[in-house]
Design a protein around this ligand. Structure first.
Ligand code: NAP
Length: 338
């Protein structure tokens, strides 16, 4: 591993990210090709589910096979099986690359591109493995757990309140934050919310393909805005098992996965957020913090569970991104191992 390898692998990460929101359940993949003089000759990425993989995208741009004897960088092990497109390793071997630098091994058990590359005498190396796994944390969960990736989005005051005691919560954050929320939603397949939130806020939540409403007793008004935005799925006691009298939230997420929903943005109040956190169903939190203080203990809290009595038992998160949106702040944090 050297600085040059790191530089080109980071370029692969940046290319891969262009596919965000468009490739699931496939991984985010970017590829960079150098010729035998180590000059960058092509770049590619996986643009959309079903379309060419990053390696194919980059190599097919080279009309005179400038890749021969060169190095190919890709953030995920090249595939070796027939899926929607033919195996990328075959094209890499055919184009006579000398070396392939990979970010992470593919968690898909059908893939063993590494052995095939080695058998063809191509040198292989790994670089920035942890970073590559972080980039594809959604793909890793979808592939290994067969469950959607779940992000909770909240908007809070500086004292962690999502609404006043009257239930009023519009608008805690600024226009800048709300515009960003519309963009974020487009990267998810589905927004999941609760009957309480639909009843109190009547949100439209229109930017995703799907909306899921947890409404055990079917209390929400069918003329609520959320029902006029296209596809929706209501989880109620009619179609979902109950656990201790509440909807089984794991079963709801599994049902969404079975419907081809691979990423879920949860937008709800503290009761549901607290329950999902306690049940280990949230992978990440996007927390918008407005420079406001409610200063009222009866204001509604962002997490309203009864989980923990000692500060030492508090849930620990890893913050991986902080954005200053003027005047708000957006903190993105992972709950699990990343
Ligand atoms: N600032 C923000 O980011 C933000 C975002 C959204 C909402 N809010 C505010 O939050 C307030 C609503 O908060 P809330 O705490 O009353 O409601 P909530 O957390 O949104 O939802 C609680 C509801 O979720 C449903 N649920 C389904 N399965 C559940 C389970 N296994 N465990 C727990 N709940 C389950 C229950 O509905 P059933 O009774 O139908 O089972 C329960 O009443 C509103 O005032 C809204 O304005 C703020």
């Amino acid at each position: 591993m050297n600085e040059i390898d790191e530089k080109y692998m980071k370029m692969c990460f940046a290319l891969a990210k262009k596919g965000e929101g468009k490739v699931a359940p496939n991984p985010l993949v970017g590829c960079v090709v150098l010729d035998k003089q180590e000059k960058l000759v092509s770049k590619g990425y996986h643009k959309k589910y079903g379309q060419n993989h990053a390696e194919r995208d980059a190599l097919l741009k080279l009309k005179n096979n400038e890749a021969e004897g060169g190095t190919l960088y890709v953030n995920l092990e090249p595939c070796s099986h027939y899926g929607k497109t033919p195996p990328c390793v075959d094209l890499i071997i055919e184009r006579k690359l000398r070396r392939v630098v990979i970010g992470m091994k593919d968690v898909n058990p059908k893939v063993d591109g590494l052995s095939k590359l080695k058998a063809a005498g191509i040198e292989t190396d790994f670089v920035l493995e942890k970073e590559a796994e972080f980039l594809n944390r959604m793909f890793i969960k979808i592939m290994t757990q067969k469950m959607p990736y779940v992000v909770l989005k909240t908007a809070v005051t500086m004292d962690g309140k999502i609404a006043a005691k009257t239930g009023s919560s519009k608008w805690i954050t600024s226009e800048n934050s709300r515009e960003l929320v519309y963009k974020i939603r487009k990267n998810f397949d589905c927004i999941l919310t609760s009957s309480n939130t639909v009843i109190s806020d009547n949100p439209a939540m229109s930017q995703t393909k799907w909306r899921c409403i947890l409404d055990r007793e079917l209390r929400t008004d069918k003329f609520s805005k959320i029902y006029s935005q296209g596809n929706y799925y209501i989880a109620s006691k009619e179609n979902t098992p109950l656990v201790n009298g509440r909807l089984d939230l794991s079963a709801v997420l599994k049902e969404l996965y079975n419907r081809g929903i691979y990423s879920v943005l949860v937008e709800c109040g503290g009761t549901l957020a607290g329950t999902m956190l306690k049940q280990g169903l949230i992978d990440e939190i996007y927390q918008f913090i407005a420079p406001k203080i409610l200063n009222d203990n009866q204001g509604l809290s962002c997490f309203n569970g009864d989980d923990i009595t000692e500060i030492t038992q508090a849930k620990k998160l890893n913050i991986y991104e902080v954005n200053y949106l003027k005047p708000d702040v957006l903190i993105k944090a992972c709950i699990n191992s990343f």
